[in-house]
Write a protein of this length. Sequence first.
Length: 107
Amino acid sequence: MTDALLVYVTVPDEETAARIGRTVVEEHLAACVNIVPAIRSFYWWEGRLQEDGESLLLAKTTRQAFERLRQRIVELHPYSVPCITAMPIQDGHPPYLEWVRSETQQQ
């Protein structure tokens, strides 16, 4: 078990994804953000089934940095209830995991 997390965030479009991704990496809240430019989402919202095109952010961070990352994404995100979930990274390449830790330490 590591202290690394993979954070899953959906956004309305690739431009928003790039803006949020760049900001959280610049601020060392995430070591790396990958953008999947086009996903299709189905979900219930305000009593209606929705279908939307979205983009996906996959951010690598640590448990220690997650709350600051989550707060910053909420500040930058256009949705009133953004999808921000974190999954523990159980194992991985040790030098990479150390890099994630070092890049997300409190600056």
